[in-house]
Design a protein. Structure first.
Length: 638
């Protein structure tokens, strides 16, 4: 397809229209990861969901690639091997065993986790596989100590309703979660292993979303569908999404680990812009007669030339015994200032490669002649250009580090510059906080997957299938309509239907006849408040809530008593009926009011008109949740 990429320029994010995205051929798909609510991990019997930054020991490992079943190396694995990283694992004896360190064979897959995965797959109208075959997926970034993740396809196909159409699913897998990264500086990467091995599912959609907003909206549907079962974890990090983006003439780029759905529109907009502008850059290079065959570059060691430089970054590097290398890119004048994303230029594509693969992580890690900053005086640039024979049409890039890293960095600069003449390199990219993205690693290929010989296939029996099918919760869409019929707003209805409290809400409202608005306040709004207070909102079970609401509806406790009990249970980490506040009646009530009045009489009141409010406050502090406020007010007035 012969496209003139200069015919369209990306507008600012808030001015782009669906028609604009159609012009560039925007399309996107999702890979949504969701932790499952189980007591144990997926392939061992360590507890799941116990997060802590405390650790008892550290383990050092170096990763190396292995051949696939077809005798091939995965490109990502080879890239990670080039980085020569030291991987440090911080382990806690309470949450990690020898299985995670690959010193013990795996247990059979957690049966409860597989049941939950099948349940969610059925809600997505997907086809459950007859046998679950476990495979190994190679990871050499160190996020999994074994160097591979155990994963298995649970379902294929399926579809989600979206507006006046549907979004088709490719598959859903069940797999182990990875470690949490603590730091990544130079050749050392540190992980904490508390979430390692926890079961999660990965739902993969077809690339059928045509605007950035559609991607976020479909992700919300997937999230709500999973949460409506009440069998998945919530909170920061419990759900993460990878977003795949491409434009006409581009390629599938995976933006990894997007933590919040609200960030998706800007991230996907910037990636579409990046691909379109890189295709423009390729067209500009071709116009200059530079393609993959005619591309020319070379690098040289200019450490001696720079010994008296006035650039403090380079002079400091030389003083530490490091080397300085210069890369000459023939015909590239001005192109490192070529815009790729919002306030981002092609020079960052090169800097990212140097940072990740050469491990030169202190920024700036390169300097170039397209941006002659004050760091290197123009007189020094002239000397460098003359020494390496650069012309007015060329660009020079300088990189520094030890002998190995500076050479790796120089080679990566040349590789990335040559890739610009070909198109969009297939990459996994990291979501950044400003809505742009940066290089993370080469996009993995099929060579990273191979069968796991430690575990047999799991046959899905008809009995197991029928049992899960019979217990499926109502569709989230039916629930939303039902809740709106109860008088709740559309937003609140969606929030309850997509939460783990949906079954509890329905039991409380339909069977116990509790007012829907009060029930939604307790289960949604009050829990948000408690979550902000850093309380563990997952302490109470479905049965615990039913017991509290049952006592409220029968008049054993008041509204204040419900709040008091839930907060107390979360503070103590468990619920007991003994926590329910006992209602206060005469003569105890009169005695407490007299005690409050005695305290009140000792207070010097400057504004007599506030006497009632002050006495009411003292009394309520003693009787909150034990008697209605209006009753206390009446007694005080009497």
């Amino acid at each position: 397809m012969n496209i003139n990429y200069f015919d369209f320029d990306f507008k600012p994010f808030n001015l782009m229209t669906p028609e604009d995205y159609a012009k560039v051929g925007f399309k996107s798909g999702l890979e949504v990861h969701q932790q499952l609510w189980t007591d144990k991990k997926l392939f061992c019997r360590c507890p799941a969901g116990h997060y802590s930054s405390n650790y008892n020991a550290e383990i050092l490992r170096h990763m190396r690639p292995t051949l696939s079943e077809l005798g091939e190396y995965d490109g990502t694995a080879l890239m990670e091997f080039k980085t020569k990283k030291e991987i440090i694992y911080r382990i806690n004896y309470d949450t990690v065993c020898t299985y995670e360190m690959d010193d013990t064979p795996p247990f059979m897959m957690n049966s409860n986790a597989l049941d939950i995965a099948m349940e969610i797959a059925m809600l997505n109208n997907a086809h459950i596989v007859d046998e679950v075959h476990i495979a190994r997926k190679q990871y050499l970034d160190g996020s999994i100590p074994t160097g591979f993740q155990r994963t298995a396809i649970v379902s294929v196909g399926g579809a989600l309703p979206y507006k006046d159409k549907q979004i088709n699913l490719i598959q859903m897998s069940i797999e182990e979660d990875s470690c949490r990264e603590v730091s990544d500086v130079g050749h050392k990467r540190v992980y904490i292993t508390d979430r390692l091995g926890m079961p999660l599912i990965e739902t993969v959609t077809q690339p059928e979303m045509k605007t950035p907003q559609e991607v976020a909206e479909v992700n919300q549907i997937i999230r709500k569908m999973a949460r409506s079962t009440g069998h998945v974890r919530t909170g920061m990090g419990a759900a993460r999404q990878d977003v795949n983006v491409s434009v006409t003439g581009g390629t599938r780029i995976e933006i990894k680990g997007v933590s919040k759905i609200t960030k998706i529109p800007l991230l996907t907009y910037n990636e579409a812009m990046r691909q379109w502008n890189l295709l423009k850059l390729r067209q500009e290079l071709w116009n200059r007669g530079i393609n993959a065959e005619t591309f020319s570059a070379e690098n040289a060691d200019i450490t001696k030339l720079m010994r008296k430089t006035r650039c403090f970054q380079i002079s400091d590097a030389i003083a530490k015994g490091n080397r300085v290398r210069c890369v000459l890119l023939h015909g590239f004048k001005g192109l490192l200032r070529w815009q790729t994303q919002t306030d981002t230029y092609f020079s960052r594509e090169i800097s990212d490669r140097v940072r990740v693969i050469a491990c030169l992580s202190t920024l700036p890690n390169i300097m170039h002649s397209d941006s002659m900053s004050e760091s290197i005086p123009s007189s020094e640039w002239s000397i460098i250009k003359k020494s390496i024979g650069a012309t007015e049409n060329d660009t020079i890039v300088i990189v520094w580090g030890d002998e190995r890293d500076s050479l790796t960095g120089a080679n990566e600069i040349i590789i990335r510059a040559k890739e610009a003449t070909i198109g969009i390199p297939s990459e996994t990219r990291q979501a950044l906080s400003d809505g742009t993205n940066g290089f993370e690693r080469i996009l993995p290929g099929p060579e990273r997957m191979y069968p796991d010989t430690d575990l047999p296939p799991i046959k899905i029996t008809q009995e197991r299938y029928d049992k899960i099918k019979a217990g499926l919760p109502k569709s989230v869409w039916i629930r939303i309509k039902n809740y709106q019929d109860l008088g709740l707003s559309e937003k609140l209805s969606e929030e309850i239907a997509g939460s783990r409290f949906a079954d509890t809400f329905e039991e409380v409202v339909y069977n116990l006849k509790v007012d829907p608005k009060y029930a939604s306040f307790i289960l949604i709004d009050f829990h948000k408040r408690l979550k902000k207070e850093k309380l563990n909102i997952s302490v109470l079970s479905h049965e615990d809530y039913l017991d509290i609401f049952r006592n409220y509806q029968s008049g054993n406790i008041l509204k204040e008593g419900v709040l008091h009990t839930i907060r107390k249970a979360m503070n103590l980490g468990k619920y007991s009926p003994d926590m329910l506040p006992k209602l206060c009646v005469d003569p105890e009530l009169t005695q407490i009011i007299n005690q409050a009045k005695a305290e009140f009489d000792r207070i010097k009141i400057r504004k007599p008109e506030f006497k009632t409010e002050i006495l009411m406050g003292i009394t309520m502090s003693k009787l909150r949740g034990k008697v209605k406020g209006q009753e206390i007010l009446n007694l005080i007035k009497d």
